[in-house]
Ligand binder design. Structure first.
Ligand code: PLP
Length: 397
């Protein structure tokens, strides 16, 4: 009997993607960890067959845990094929080194993760690649900045820490009209909230270190694209030594099994916390797409799945450093941490952590002040988190 006519939910399907190890007779219920740097072979014939069939040889080339994770990410992102890297930055740098060369031009969103910004502005120019930074919230400004040698457009889905978003479909159309590729960093939003390839992006990147792993105990990155693109990035990743290691790949693959449960709850709580902070008169401003005055409501409705948009928010308190210290000390359930995407709520201070290199007047024009905090919302009960924030904010009375 065939059940192929039933359309199963993505949340059920993801539990069964990627666990089948090529060449293994045993059928373990969960994915084993292949902590080995190489696989042995018994004859020259086997050696030749293994290489010809892209079997498991040396860990930097292929590994079953990396493969399982790659299959799960391809499923989540609705893409043909994925590659797993040692970190999000490993994914970005290996991809850029593959796709552009001296004389090419890249257009990058001006509001971008700090280390991506440094790759674009300090590393790529060393290799003769020209990079222009443009505000991608305006597709018209992006279209105007495209040049005949533009090979790649790069952006994140929502910007850090102000949570404004860009229109992936409009950007893909601009890229393709100019024969360029669109690369989208989906780290903040994740494929639970948006699948950029469905809107025409050519390459989607994730820092797996964040929400996708979610447990703050592993580092990794992914790139998902067509088989053709992935097969050109793979040898460069091997040469640069950026593939992900088996243990972290195993941890992240395991964490994906609960991602469809974790993230919608985190995103719902972020929306509720944003609304509660917005109603608190001690808070000067809150940024989150769930708020009634969010300027890009129509785009948010069009671009995201029904699971949510983002489990991040930012808010601004009065610029009084001693009070801010008391606020942090008295805030229950939430620690300061220079990361995001864990199951425990954390917060970060953009002026000192992610944007210290940006001059104060420019930062303020971007909506970032010394009173701003960025929150990565975890799995705590929504009401507890709201109560804890409201209590700690009383230091500003
Ligand atoms: C949006 C974004 N992209 C890329 C990265 C880099 O990821 P990783 O730290 O895994 O290299 C980060 C890290 O914070 C990030 O926030």
């Amino acid at each position: 009997m065939s059940y192929d006519d039933i359309k199963y939910s993505r949340d059920s399907e993801i539990l069964h993607i990627g666990g089948q190890v090529k060449g293994m007779d045993l059928k373990p219920e969960s994915m084993p960890l292949f902590l080995t740097t190489a696989f042995t072979m018994n004859s020259l014939t086997e050696v030749m067959d293994t290489y010809a069939n892209k079997g498991y040889t040396y860990v930097r080339t292929r590994n079953p845990n990396r493969q399982a994770l790659a299959e799960a990410i391809s499923y989540l992102e609705n893409g043909e094929k994925s590659l797993i890297f040692s970190s999000g930055m490993g994914a970005i740098t290996s991809t850029l080194m593959t796709l552009v060369q001296a004389g090419d031009h890249i257009l990058c969103n001006s509001n971008i993760y700090g280390e991506t910004f440094l790759v674009m502005t300090t590393l790529l120019p060393k290799f003769g690649v020209e990079v222009d930074l443009v505000n991608f919230e305006s597709p018209e400004a992006v279209a105007r900045a495209v040049k005949p040698n533009t090979k790649l457009l790069h952006t994140e889905v929502v910007s850090n820490p102000t949570l404004s978003m860009c229109d992936i479909k409009a950007l893909a159309d601009i890229a393709h009209a100019g024969k360029a590729l669109l690369m989208v960093d989906n780290t903040f939003t994740t494929p639970i909230a948006v699948r950029p390839l469905d809107f025409g992006a050519d390459i989607v990147m994730n820092s797996l270190t964040k929400f996708i792993n979610g447990h703050s105990d592993a580092m990794g990155g992914s790139i998902t694209a067509t088989e053709k693109i992935i097969d050109t990035i793979m040898p460069i990743s091997m040469l640069c030594g950026t593939p992900g290691d088996p243990f972290d790949s195993w941890l992240i693959y395991r964490s994906i099994q609960t991602l469809p449960l974790r993230l919608p709850k985190q995103m719902r709580t972020a929306a509720e916390l944003a609304k509660a902070l917005n109603e608190n008169p001690l808070v000067e401003k809150v940024n989150h797409p769930a708020l009634a005055d969010y300027p890009q409501k129509e785009l948010a409705a069009r671009q995201f799945t029904d699971k949510g948009i983002v489990a991040m928010l930012s808010f601004i308190v009065p610029e009084k450093q001693d009070r801010i210290d008391s606020f942090l000390e008295s805030l229950k359930f939430t620690s300061y941490a220079p990361t995001l995407g864990g199951i425990r709520t954390t917060l970060q201070h953009p002026v000192t952590s992610s944007h210290p290199h940006v001059p104060d007047d420019i930062r303020r024009s971007m909506g970032i002040t010394p009173g701003m905090f960025r929150v990565s919302v975890g799995l705590e009960e929504t009401a507890d988190l709201i109560a804890a924030f409201n209590r700690a904010l009383e230091v500003f009375k």
